[in-house]
Design a protein around this ligand. Structure first.
Ligand code: SIN
Length: 311
C-alpha cells in the first residue's frame, strides 16, 4: 500500500539558530544568520511519512527585522498554506523579535494549518547547540494532527503567538507565555496538549498589506520616573501616526506624559495604553481617555496598531 507523504515547508529567516562562531565553545561572539536553512535541516533525522522542503526567505539577525521582510514572509506563508500538499510550515527565526513576527503572522494569516516559529539561543556551531532539538520539535508540531495557528516551539514548550514573550537574554529556556501558560509540551517528539490552538485574531489579510514603505509610523513610549512628554511632542512634530504607551502597572502614566499623549490623541494620533510589566494585562477602567491594549504587550500592541492604521 502506498503511504501518503505529507510536506512541511521550512522557511529560513536567519537568527542565532543559523549562527556561526569561530569556536564550538563560543556562545556569545558569533555571527547570526550565516548557515542556510537547508543545512540546518540536513543534520536532522528523517521523519516517517514527512517530506521537508526548505526555502530561504531572508538571512538576518532578527534585531534588524523590518516591514519588507515581514511582508515577504507572510506572502510565502500564505502561498504554501494554500497548497493542499502542505501540512504545515516551520519558520526559523532569531529569538530577539520572534514574538513580534509570531503575532504579526497570526494577525495577517490566522491559519487553519500550523505555522511554527522556532530559533535557538546558541549558534549552530556550538558544542551544545539548542537549535537542532528546537527545530525537530517545531517539525513535530507542524506535523501534529489538528494543530493550527501561529505558535512558537522552543525548549520543549509550545507557545501561542498572542502570549509568547522572550523572557531571558541568555538561557536556552528563553520563552514563556505568562499567565496563559504554554499550549503544549513536546516530549520525545510527541505532543502533550494543554489547551486549544490559537484561532482567529485576523486583523488584516496578507493581500491587504500596504507596501513596506507605506506602513504607518507607530512608536512606543515608556512611562518612568520623570517622564515629561517631550519625546511625544517630538514624535508628533515628526509626523508619527500611532503611539503605544508602555505604561507602569495597569498602564498608568506620569501626569506630564499623559498630558502629552492626550494632546497627541486630540491632534489625530492613535494612542494605545499597554504595560511595561512582564505579566498581566491592562484592564480598562471607566473614564479611560487612552484606550487599553488589554492583553497585548507594547511590541504586540504596536503591531496591532500598525495593521489597524494601514490603509
Ligand atoms: C537574533 O534575534 O537574530 C539573534 C539572537 C537570537 O537568535 O537568539
Amino acid at each position: 500500500m502506498q503511504v501518503e507523504r505529507r510536506r512541511i515547508v521550512v522557511l529560513g529567516t536567519g537568527g542565532t539558530i543559523a549562527g556561526r562562531a569561530a569556536s564550538a565553545r563560543d556562545n556569545i561572539g558569533y555571527r547570526a544568520a550565516e548557515v542556510g536553512v537547508a543545512d540546518l535541516l540536513a543534520g536532522l533525522p528523517a521523519m516517517d511519512g514527512i517530506e521537508l522542503q526548505a526555502e530561504q526567505v531572508a538571512q538576518i539577525d532578527s534585531k534588524d527585522m523590518d516591514f519588507g521582510t515581514w511582508c515577504a514572509l507572510a506572502r510565502r506563508c500564505a502561498h504554501w498554506l494554500a497548497d493542499d500538499g502542505v501540512a504545515g510550515i516551520v519558520v526559523t527565526h532569531g529569538t530577539d523579535t520572534l514574538e513580534e513576527t509570531a503575532f504579526f503572522l497570526q494577525s495577517v494569516l490566522a491559519p487553519a494549518k500550523p505555522v511554527v516559529l522556532t530559533g535557538a539561543m546558541r549558534p549552530a556551531t556550538s558544542a551544545a547547540a539548542d537549535g537542532p532539538q528546537n527545530l525537530a520539535d517545531a517539525l513535530a508540531v507542524a506535523a501534529a494532527p489538528g494543530a493550527c495557528g501561529v505558535v512558537v516551539a522552543f525548549a520543549g514548550a509550545v507557545h501561542g503567538a498572542a502570549d509568547v514573550q522572550k523572557v531571558h537574554s541568555y538561557r536556552t529556556d528563553a520563552f514563556a507565555s505568562g499567565d496563559a501558560g504554554p499550549i503544549a509540551y513536546v516530549e520525545e517528539g510527541a505532543l502533550r496538549l494543554l489547551r486549544a490552538w490559537p484561532q482567529g485574531g485576523l486583523l488584516r489579510g496578507v493581500a491587504a498589506l500596504a507596501a513596506p514603505e507605506a506602513w504607518p509610523r507607530v512608536e512606543i513610549v515608556l512611562n518612568h520616573a520623570g517622564a515629561d512628554g517631550a519625546i511625544v511632542r517630538a514624535l508628533v512634530q515628526d509626523g508619527v501616526q500611532g503611539l503605544v504607551l508602555a505604561g507602569t502597572g495597569n498602564g498608568t502614566v506620569h501626569h506630564a506624559l499623559e498630558a502629552a499623549l492626550l494632546a497627541a490623541q486630540a491632534s489625530g494620533v492613535a494612542v494605545r495604553r499597554a504595560s511595561r510589566c512582564a505579566q498581566g494585562r491592562v484592564l480598562p477602567r471607566a473614564g479611560d481617555r487612552l484606550r487599553a491594549a488589554e492583553g497585548l504587550t507594547p511590541v504586540k500592541a504596536r503591531v496591532a496598531l500598525l495593521l489597524e492604521l494601514m490603509r
